[in-house]
Design a protein around this ligand. Sequence first.
Ligand code: PMV
Length: 313
Amino acid sequence: MKASAPGKVILFGEHAVVYSRPAIAVPVTQIHVDVEVLDSPRKGIWIQAPSIDLRAELDSLPDDHPIGSAILKVFSTLRLSSPLGSGQGEGLEISIASTIPVAAGLGSGAAVSVALIRALASHLSSPLSDEQVNSLAFEIEKFHHGTPSGIDNTVITYAKPVYFMKDKPIETFKVGKPFTIVIGDTGIPAPTKESVGAVRRLRMRDQYAIEDIFNEIAQIALIGRRSIESGKPELLGELMDQNHEYLQALTVSSPELDTLVEAARKAGALGAKLSGGGRGGNMIALVDQPKAESVAGALIAAGAKRAIITEIK
Ligand code: PMV
């Protein structure tokens, strides 16, 4: 059985979302994880994931391994004490192929979980609902991030633009008019845990000022959603620029991210900001479609390790 899950970017609202403000994230279908589960004559559950150099039997993985945990969580959700005996073979072969860069804020961890959970549950003849997939993937996200908001697993499970608020019902929404963004990768791995921790310490020192910033970011996310839904994506450029300034004030930008943001604007982007945890990872720029290639080229010239052009629709 096969399943696939896209990458994602956060358009607006990262960090503030951890403090219950809204954020907007969209799937990025050019990058994806593909999982295949097959019966195997060989005993045991064998996992191969070349992009993270993994070839192992389930029992040999540490208890908190995200892939091992995802597999075990599927079994326990389906109330299976053993996964075996489900098909003709003795064991299972699970192959995980990913084109999503790891630790780059593009959702690679959540995409592996979502695709793996879906492929495995379907292989065991018990496909899970989106709600079940999402909640299992959220459990796994906790291994990666500690205290994730849940935005990654949600946008990736539903593979639609999401207006996300912690502990609120999931709101997907429609794109009134497609628009193009360019994603620039600093190539600097940036553990989300660390930037989230830095914002937490900042807030402990100056709660009122930081809450004010979160409120401004919440407004940006709200106006951003309206602009997207009403088919006025050109308004997002200005909002991205403003959101980036607030993220700088939260100390989660970096010289490399600022350089890429500036380079995109100089090359004609309508606006740009860091995306995700920050301090490395990715930035995004809104562009008129014909300018996409030249903005992507400008990002590479300014030091980006890769640039991805994607249409949000
Ligand atoms: O770095 P990413 O794309 O996984 O995004 C992190 C987003 C934060 O708001 C910083 C953290 C979170 O859990 O929402």
